[in-house]
Design a protein around this ligand. Structure first.
Ligand code: ATP
Ligand SMILES: Nc1nc2c(ncn2[C@@H]2O[C@H](COP(=O)(O)O)[C@@H](O)[C@H]2O)c(=O)[nH]1
Length: 209
């Protein structure tokens, strides 16, 4: 039987933004509307927020456990973010790819830079807030972090945003549903890229010799 010309490599789809701009919100909307993509659940040493679930939102681990995972080479990338450590587990990405799904990664600019070295084919999307005032309002309205944590995240926001030009796509999350549509459009177009088609060369050779 001929190889399927539509068969393609999975997409590693990265969403980054300053904290509070809405990437978790947009990620959840994408995951709810598209069965073809699954979340890479990161490991972190940060404390769990109210409403978060271990294994769904993050794998919450101790500093010692995180260090052991680093030593064992279990991370595709990891970084210090806001005084805690966060990392993408190899097995999370492999699990999704083996299930035939693309992989959504909600990671910061440091992790994105590292991942780009591992896989130059990753798709990088940066989400901007409509304004710094709105960013602060969102961080406060989320009501999951103390005033100090909100202040420290606002203090880091400009540094985060300064990395926007390292991304393939940059969007403004004004209306969440509109932003979701744009992110989904990017994902669907990236899936169609010729360079991801494993057997396209064979198929075209069959067509024209
Ligand atoms: N377009 C939007 N309009 C209004 N509020 C929004 C919008 N998008 C997200 N929010 C709200 O802003 C808050 C922060 O969003 P979210 O948690 O998704 O941000 P985040 O970028 O994932 O932050 P972090 O990096 O800290 O995880 C949430 O309360 C969310 O409901
Ligand atoms: N480099 C990585 N950054 C990550 C990862 N998982 C999450 N993050 C980023 O951390 C901040 C803070 O997240 P929060 O849940 O504490 O608000 C945010 O920018 C995330 O994108 C990861 O595996 N690697």
């Amino acid at each position: 039987m001929a190889n399927n010309p539509l068969q393609r490599r999975g997409v590693l789809f990265v969403l980054s933004s300053p904290s509070g701009a809405g990437k978790t919100t947009i990620s959840r909307m994408i995951l709810a509307s598209d069965d073809g993509i699954g979340l890479s659940v990161s490991a972190t040493t940060r404390p769990m927020r109210p409403g978060e679930v271990d294994g769904r939102d993050y794998h919450f681990v101790s500093n010692e456990a995180f260090e052991a995972l680093v030593a064992e080479g279990e991370f595709l990338e990891w970084a210090h973010v806001f005084g805690h450590r966060y990392g993408t587990l190899r097995r999370e990405v492999v699990k999704q790819i083996e299930a035939g799904r693309d992989v959504l990664l909600d990671i910061d600019w440091q992790g994105t830079q590292q991942l780009k070295q591992v896989d130059p084919d990753i798709v990088r999307v940066f989400i901007l807030p409509p304004s710094m005032e709105e960013l602060e309002r969102r961080l406060r309205s989320r009501a999951t972090d103390s005033a100090e944590v909100v202040a420290s995240r606002m203090a880091r926001a400009s540094v985060e945003i300064s990395h926007w030009a390292e991304y393939d796509y940059v969007l403004i999350n004004d209306d969440a549903e509109h932003c979701r549509k744009l992110v989904h459009t990017i994902l669907k177009a990236e899936r169609l890229k010729a360079s991801r088609r494993v057997f396209l060369h064979d198929f075209v050779r069959g067509l024209i010799g």
